[in-house]
Ligand binder design. Structure first.
Ligand code: P6P
Length: 335
């Protein structure tokens, strides 16, 4: 396949990758494609229409909701419900999971978890943001309304995961468990084209992404790893480069293409860190492993965690394997 391959063609040609799927997963991914184009249109003109700023309410995380957060959430919800391929959605912007309690949806096979607009505090300053999604087969029998159990599945059970990155170009990067592929939107014709086939994260990364403003509250292992990154050592390509955008999707996307590591560790103030397991860490961890990388809490593989609640936070370290394993060494040596 080549750059002329559209996302639609790709899904048709890879249909055989989705075992037992009668095309629902393909239709679900094409529903995500539609919602991504609609959100992209608003993100790209956010400065021109009354969609910047906060709406004066908070989400369950206690974070001020941005107008575009809510807009993106509504668009993806609508797109999911209209296509009828999912029986429920869990979203960062919704306190509980949303059940599409109608016959068509109750007979659907999939649930989806979504961060509709990750990094949204960056919108007003025109910095790259993203959408993150994670797809599972439902566990409860079709025909009934979905339950919380359908959402509290370990990341190893994901059937697909990916993100949309609204940057200098808009891309969809996703995996169905057979590698990672990136599609770039051609805005002149509104189609996504296979621009980054079979992505693999370079294992000689030298970029580290972390909010060093939290340094005083990091555990010793993380503090010592940061000093390791900053030391001069020519044979091991150090000092590394520090790059932190404040949007997980943007930082991860750059590190996926160039090699590197993103860290949002726990601190003495927030031992579980900030990022949410179900709709930020699991999908990104799934992609990282599919691309040959690694994702851990520092002591546990992210995808093995059995979720206890919908908006559960976990410490998150993700990137090329060599860099992630070096952090794990420092954590182990200083625990
Ligand atoms: P901080 C955005 O809110 C987000 O969830 C990630 O996209 C981003 O990497 C992180 O939080 C930024 O958090 O505390 O460094 O501003």
């Amino acid at each position: 396949m080549n750059k002329l391959t559209t996302l639609g063609q790709f899904l048709i040609e890879r249909q055989k990758d989705f075992p037992y799927s009668k095309g629902e997963l393909s239709r679900l991914l094409s529903a995500i494609r539609l919602a991504a184009k609609i959100v992209n249109r608003e993100v790209n003109k956010a400065g021109l229409v009354d969609i910047l700023g906060a709406i004066g309410s908070e989400n369950i995380q206690g974070e001020e909701q941005q107008k575009l957060d809510v807009y993106a959430d509504n668009q993806f919800m609508k797109s999911m419900e209209l296509r009828g391929e999912v029986c429920g959605v869990a979203s960062e912007e919704q306190d509980s999971f949303v059940v599409f309690d109608n016959d068509r949806s109750n007979n659907a096979s999939y649930v989806i978890m979504i961060d509709p607009l990750d990094g949204s505090s960056n919108i007003d300053v025109n910095v790259t943001v993203g959408t993150i999604f994670s797809i599972y087969k439902r566990k409860t029998p079709v025909g009934k309304a979905v339950t919380l159990d359908d959402f509290l599945q370990p990341g190893t059970e994901q059937v697909a995961a990916g993100y949309v990155v609204y940057g200098s170009s808009t891309m969809i990067v996703f995996s169905t468990g057979k590698g990672v592929n990136g599609f770039t939107l051609d805005p002149s014709i509104g189609t996504f084209h296979l621009s980054h086939p079979d992505l693999k994260i370079p294992d000689n990364g030298k970029i580290y992404s972390i909010n060093e403003g939290n340094y005083a509250h990091f555990e010793d292992g993380i503090k010592k790893y940061l000093k390791f990154c900053q030391e001069i050592d020519v044979p091991t390509n150090r000092p590394y480069t520090s790059r932190y955008i404040g949007s997980l999707v943007a930082d991860f996307h750059r590190n996926l293409l160039k090699g590197g590591i993103y860290l949002y560790p726990g601190t003495t103030i927030k031992p579980d860190g900030k990022l949410r397991l179900l709709y930020e860490c699991n999908p990104i961890a799934f992609l990282a492993e599919q691309a040959g990388g690694k994702a851990t809490t520092g002591t546990q593989r992210i995808l093995d965690i059995i979720p206890k609640e919908l908006h559960q936070r976990v410490p998150f370290i993700v990137g090329n394997t060599t860099m992630v394993e070096k952090v794990e060494e420092f954590i182990l040596a200083n625990s």
